[in-house]
Design a protein around this ligand. Structure first.
Ligand code: BGC
Length: 909
């Protein structure tokens, strides 16, 4: 008995010690784990505290950085040692040690002191490797085949070079980029698992190179390095009307292999005139049209050292400016989910079709055995038509076809390299034998942004909507944010991206993704501050500066600041934000911006026979003035963060002028907007364009308009993201839920009811009788209307950040029960750790389980006006060591808590 007591006591003491401890996990450099190719002079370091205790706060930290693991443990030759610094900063702390040298590994670790001054153990070490840092480190030369672009047609060139390595390697890194797209190989093995590299940027100004750890690839003795190139975004057709070769006519390769030996010596293999070139099995490859491969033409074994390449051609060295070379900061495109055929069937018109059950972006991998010269054609489609036949009209000029010619040598594996397709269905032609599910796999490709949010409710339709939003994001976050992934477009349409950006941050970590793309926004911004419709700008410089599109330059930096607390991204974009706001100022008369071309509330909905005085069409210049004000406000916000008082004061005055010009032009003396539409009222209310005294009646008019359309929205790309937020803010939460749960079109759940697996471009892409909207503009994978996801997380589930403590340093948990939801389970991985907020309703009881990460705090607002009913883990909150801050918060009872797990209950009223 005594023995059991002692064991139990020891166990308790052990648990107590364990609970009291703070562990450090999740060490990131520049928001990535142990990254390579770091060219920032002061890379930013983040770590997470882990503890089972409540109210954990970091009071101090110490970081040490060395050039080897040994230097960390021996504390000798450290390049940075902060000593103990009193600070709660644990996210994006900039390196401040000795100047970093190129192509070097740096190891780091951190320890922290908690709120009571108790130190943690040192974290496990993490690392980063610096990149080439500047042009002077690039010894490699651009190489091309030397064959005139025209005679090469669309053939993908191969490049190879033998080299030898005879000493023991400490580490080897390949730095590589291309004009076009590349895949690289060393000794037959593919380098890295990234696709469509070097990614899509405004190549003339910013061409990314990638760094790969290839230490394990290099063998003692003979080696070979090789690469195959494709046209991609650089040279292939993009946009419309035969627009191609936007960045150049010739494909080229630039590669530098750096080998560091254990004896301290180093070797470099570079692209230069000594390489060999040929062509292989890829006879054509284009983003829109697909890829054609002829396996009979593959020089077998060309990626291996013993391959006989004497009959290969030489290459030519070319000189291009190197100033545009930049390191890669976002996660590469990788392969993700694999979908097996759900159904293999014949359509009424006799086509052999496979249904993968999900509209996805990527490609189909297939295994096949047949005769030499057999030709298989795989076509792609998002939907079947009314009759159940394969439907491709909405792809417009994009062919989306892969063609494979067999060599006849055993089982052959086919998949494309330098294209991607948006599809749910494929049509298979010329396949030798019967189609078997085992032989076909559809793989989703998208930027490898960490999945950080989960959302599940008691309503299966809403859960499917969330699924569709996530798949809209997966499919359209393929290195750049695209409007759609299938037709002859797939461009970085700025309006779509800004509308969806906040939602995107709830589903995945998009900090690096947008940081990279926003640099292209700034790079392609016109000298007068105008912002192009698409980024990278593959259209003309004059295709720019539309309201709600160009505002991408202010909206996304601010959204990323809110979601990640990333002030360096905001600082990076500040000149671009200011440039755009000044553009609108310079194009205004008497503070009224009413000039130029605008898309307006793109794809808003209006019934065919809309003649009874209701309004759905919004004046485009009214919209422009609202966004002018909004962007100015965001610029003021950013100026406030950076204490730029002159800017702040100047733009505050400017904002007042913009708003009074708005009132003069667009508001009647009695408070009616000249466009009586949902979007007009939504924008005017969301951006605080109206005096306080007129807001309530404006909200009433908005509500009335919605009711006039029998509880339907009519908003397009610009009004939709804010619609439900405005309704909730002005006391129409129930109406917001009515819209959210509406399942006849236009509504979010109508496509769900129709079996959608992604977000549609149009509210009525497919009519109830299964006929389609006009094929010229009818994508079934267009994330813009998925912007409702932000409302679902922040209002319905009630998970948000305090804007004054962004990046979830201070968390807001403020559920809005209603709409017959009986439970809601959400989580979000932040730089501080994972937030969990699960609520449910049981009779008149509201139950909320939350998890608040260490080193953050939270404000919880419970939906009750009876603050005496609030309990935490069964005890009244006031006696449970909670900060004693029960207060009424308009919609409920608010309390402030520190980190930890909590179980709240209250009476719902
Ligand atoms: C795209 C949109 C884009 C629009 C501009 C379309 O072709 O697909 O999503 O924002 O053009 O209005």
């Amino acid at each position: 008995m005594k023995k059991y007591f002692l064991t139990g006591l020891l166990h308790l003491i052990f648990l107590f010690i364990l609970n009291a401890q703070v562990d450090l996990v999740g060490l990131l450099c520049e928001n990535r784990m142990n990254p390579l190719g770091i060219d920032q002079a002061r890379p930013r370091l983040s770590w997470q505290l882990r503890s089972a205790r409540k109210n954990v706060i970091q009071s101090a930290y110490e970081i040490r950085v060395g050039e080897s693991l040994n230097s960390l443990s021996s504390q000798k030759n450290l390049v940075w040692n902060t000593g103990k610094l009193n600070s709660s900063a644990s996210v994006q702390v900039p390196y401040g040690g000795k100047i970093l040298e190129p192509i070097k590994n740096y190891y780091w670790q951190v320890r922290v002191w908690d709120e009571s001054g108790k130190p943690s153990a040192w974290s496990s070490p993490a690392s980063w490797q610096t990149g080439l840092q500047n042009i002077s480190q690039w010894n490699a030369k651009w190489i091309e085949t030397g064959v005139a672009a025209d005679s090469l047609l669309h053939l993908s060139p191969l490049f190879r070079k033998n080299f030898s390595s005879t000493k023991k390697i400490r580490y080897a890194t390949l730095f590589i980029t291309a004009h076009g797209l590349y895949e690289a190989y060393i000794n037959g093995k593919r380098v890295g698992d990234a696709f469509l590299t070097p990614g899509f940027t405004s190549y003339n100004k910013r061409l990314q190179y990638q760094a790969y750890d290839v230490t394990e690839f290099i063998q003692n003795g003979k080696n070979v390095i090789g690469a195959v190139l494709g046209s991609g975004w650089y040279k292939g057709p993009l946009a419309w009307e035969g627009h191609k070769e936007i960045y150049g006519k010739s494909l080229g390769l630039l590669a530098q292999l750096e080998i560091k030996y254990t004896d301290g010596s180093a070797a470099t293999v570079i692209t230069d005139g000594n390489w060999k070139s040929a062509t292989g099995s890829i006879i054509s490859s284009e983003i829109y049209n697909g890829e054609e491969q002829d396996n009979r033409k593959e020089p077998r074994g060309w990626m291996f050292p013993d391959f006989y390449d004497h009959n290969w051609n030489g290459v030519i060295e070319k000189v291009y400016p190197m100033e545009n070379l930049v390191t890669t900061e976002n996660e590469p495109v990788r392969k993700h989910e694999i979908f097996k055929p759900l159904r293999i069937f014949k359509t009424p018109s006799g086509e052999q079709v496979i249904d993968f059950g999900q509209n996805l972006v990527g490609w189909v991998m297939l295994d096949v055995q047949g005769q030499k010269g057999d030709q298989i054609k795989i076509s792609h489609a998002e939907v079947l038509d009314k009759e159940g036949n394969f439907y491709t009209k909405n792809l417009r000029a994009a062919r989306e076809e892969n063609i494979y010619i067999l060599s006849g040598e055993g089982i052959e594996h086919f998949e494309p390299h330098f294209t991607f397709q948006g599809f749910r269905y494929i049509k298979v032609e010329g396949f030798p034998g019967e189609l078997k599910a085992d032989d076909f796999n559809a793989v989703a490709l998208y930027s490898d942004m960490p999945a950080n949010g989960t959302f599940k409710s008691s309503n299966p339709m809403i859960n499917q909507l969330q699924h569709n939003i996530q798949w809209g994001q997966n499919g359209n976050f393929l290195d750049i944010p695209t409007d759609c992934p299938q037709r002859d477009e797939r461009l970085g349409w700025t309006g779509d991206a800004q509308a969806f950006s906040r939602t995107a941050s709830f589903n995945r970590g998009v900090n690096n993704f947008f940081s990279k793309w926003l640099k292209d926004v700034a790079a392609d911004q016109n000298p007068d501050g105008g912002v192009p419709f698409v980024i990278p700008n593959v259209l003309s410089p004059s295709a720019a500066s539309a309201a709600g599109w160009a505002d991408v330059s202010t909206i996304i930096p601010w959204n990323m600041y809110l979601a990640y607390g990333d002030s360096s991204l905001l600082r990076q974009q500040y000149p671009s934000m200011k440039g755009w706001v000044n553009y609108m100022r310079d194009h205004s008369t008497n503070d009224l911006w009413n000039k130029g071309f605008h898309f307006g509330d793109w794809l808003f909905y209006r019934p065919d026979d809309d003649n009874d005085g209701r309004a759905a069409i919004t004046d485009k210049y009214l919209i422009a003035q609202c966004f002018y004000a909004h962007s100015t406000q965001l610029l003021i916000n950013a100026a406030t963060v950076f204490h730029l008082d002159d800017d702040k004061n100047y733009y505050r005055q400017q904002l007042e002028n913009i708003k009074s010009a708005f009132l003069k032009e667009y508001l009647t003396p009695n408070g009616r907007l000249v466009s009586g539409t949902q979007t007009a009222y939504v924008l005017a209310l969301e951006f605080d364009m109206l005096p306080e005294s007129l807001r309530i009646q404006a909200a009433d008019r908005l509500a009335q308009n919605i009711k006039d359309y029998s509880n339907h929205l009519t908003t397009g790309f610009l009004g939709t993201p804010y619609l439900c937020h405005v309704l909730t803010r002005f006391g129409y939460n129930d109406l917001a839920y009515t819209l959210l749960l509406q399942d006849t079109y236009p509504s979010w759940l109508y496509p769900v009811k129709m079996g959608a697996t992604t977000i549609w471009e149009r509210w009525d892409g497919q009519k109830p009788d299964s006929s389609f909207q006009t094929p010229g503009m009818n994508s079934f994978n267009h994330y813009a209307y998925g912007a409702i996801g932000d409302f679902m997380y922040r209002v319905l589930a009630g998970l948000d950040t305090d804007p004054d403590n962004p990046g979830y340093k201070k968390i807001l948990i403020r559920p809005h029960p209603g709409g017959h939801f009986s439970y809601m389970e959400t989580s979000l991985k932040t730089y501080y750790g994972q937030i969990v907020s699960n609520w449910k309703i049981n009779g008149d009881q509201f139950i909320l389980d939350v998890q608040i990460p260490p080193n953050t705090s939270a404000r919880i607002v419970l939906p009750t006006s009876d603050n005496t009913s609030v309990m935490e883990s069964g005890k009244p909150v006031s006696i449970n060591n909670l900060p004693d801050k029960l207060e009424m918060d308009g919609i409920g009872t608010a309390l402030e808590i520190g980190s930890g797990q909590y179980h709240f209950t209250c009476v719902l009223k």
